[in-house]
Structure formats: C-alpha cells, structure tokens
Design a protein around this ligand. Sequence first.
Ligand SMILES: [Zn+2]
Length: 299
Amino acid sequence: MDTREAWSTFADKLRASQRVLCLVGAGLSAPSGLDTWRGSNGLWNDINLRDLASPNKFFEDPVTVWTFYGERLVKTLAAQPNLAHHALAALATGHEGWLTINQNVDGLLEQTEHPMTRLLGIHGTLRTIRCTSCNYNTRIESPSDVPFLLLLSTQLRSVTLSDLPRCPVCTKLLRPGVVWFGEMLAAGAPDTIDDWISQDDVDLVIAVGTSLEVYPATEWVEAVRESGASLAIINTEKTDRLVDELNDDDWFFEGDAADILPRILDLVTYRHHAKSSPAALSSSVSGACSLKRTLLPSS
Ligand SMILES: [Zn+2]
C-alpha cells in the first residue's frame, strides 16, 4: 500500500482496536537528546554495552560502569519529555484497553499525563540509586544531590574509586537503579504483563523506537502476534528483526517518533472515556511475583 493508505489503514485499525500493547524503547527519548547509549562523543563506542550493563562488570570495574551511568543520569536530569512522549500519553489516555511497556530508564514518559495504570516500566530507573548491600535507596532530583554526579557534570577531573557514591547506612557502594542483563525485571511487571495479555485478545502491538531484540519484551510481542495481533513499528531505521516478517496487516513507519506519534494522534479521534476504570490491570499489579524473569539479549 502507498504511504497515504498506510496512515489511513493504521488509524482505522487503532480506532477499532479494543486492546493495544505498546512497547517503547530508546527511540522515544532520542528527540529529548538522550540518544547517547552509544555515545555522542564516541567515548563509549568501543565498549560492549551488553558487557557494561552487568553486575559482574560493575563489581570488576565500578569506576567505568558508574561513569557511564552517571553521565546518562546527568543528561537525563536535564532532559524534558518530547512530542513523542506527550502524544503517546494522549493516545494511552484515550484508549481504555491500552498498556505501555516502557524499556526506558529515563523517567521522561512518567513525567507526562500517561495514565500510570496503563504504564509499566520493566528496566528500573536511572533516577534512583541504591545500595549494593542493604536496602537503602534514594531518588535523585539534581546532580547536586550526589557529589559524584556534580564531579561528572563539571568534568573538573577524572573519576576515581573514592569518588563513587557510598551508602550512608552501611558504607558499601551505591549502584544505579537500573536492571542489568541477568537481573530480574522490575518487581511484578512480567506477571502483570502476562496477566494483561492473557485476559483477552490483543488487537494491535505498537513498537516505538525499539530494536525488538531484548528478551523478554520480544517474547511478549511474539506471543500476541501469534494470537493474531497486527504489528506497527515506528523507528528511524528499517533494521528491526521483525520488519522482514511484516504482513499485509502490519505497518512500518520510518522516522522520528516525535514526528510520527503526534501525526497518529491527529489522525485518531477518540471518544472521551472520562471515567475509565483502572480495569483489571491495577488489581493484578499487586499479584504475586512468582516468575523470576530476567533481562537477556534474545538469541
Ligand atoms: Zn547500604
């Protein structure tokens, strides 16, 4: 189908879909200036990020790992939600049967009007740092909250082990509050997502700015695809593994999420559901966390 027809058929599908699963990744926050996982200054280009994002690497070389995440955190604290975040929040608000799975750790989507009962973060957050030994954790609002972050933001000198933040309770090293490869996803999130998916058919999956290459997110997408959901991918590059598998009932929108999501929002006019109930999602949030799902690169 041509481009105009694609927009039109997608808008029709979105309007008609009772249940929509939306998976978002780094491409959603790129327009906020956070497209730097691979390093805008080239500093991190030679480092295998999958190795960096691991507990083993942290204990082996905490200065390198903390410097990477500390720089991310300083940038994140200065960033604002962009048009893509706000458009997504509006789409989720207008759609009772919506669930967003957020793979980002920057907290920007959480700063929008996105209904919290329809949003699940699975990879933790940069904005909380926690103790590697006891239960201490603290929320970071500004680089000035932590001398280490202030040092990174001023770049007066390079970081040493003695600069890294330590627990005020037990003096052990603090660490970023993100989920590393091999660690459990955010408590309860996988079960909540499984429950939501199993409640009824999912009509549409929208993947925004994500490579769809990290388990278990890719598993959820494949599960709902197998039970008949259409797939729409929004990404700057056509490199997604799944693009080759797209059917006639699927869509690929190539471009910046901050251009595409507002356009989709314009095309879709929802009736207002002013008093939508939190639905079954909120009740299942308190459900048991029996499955120990961990973050793994998909094979
Ligand atoms: Zn501690």
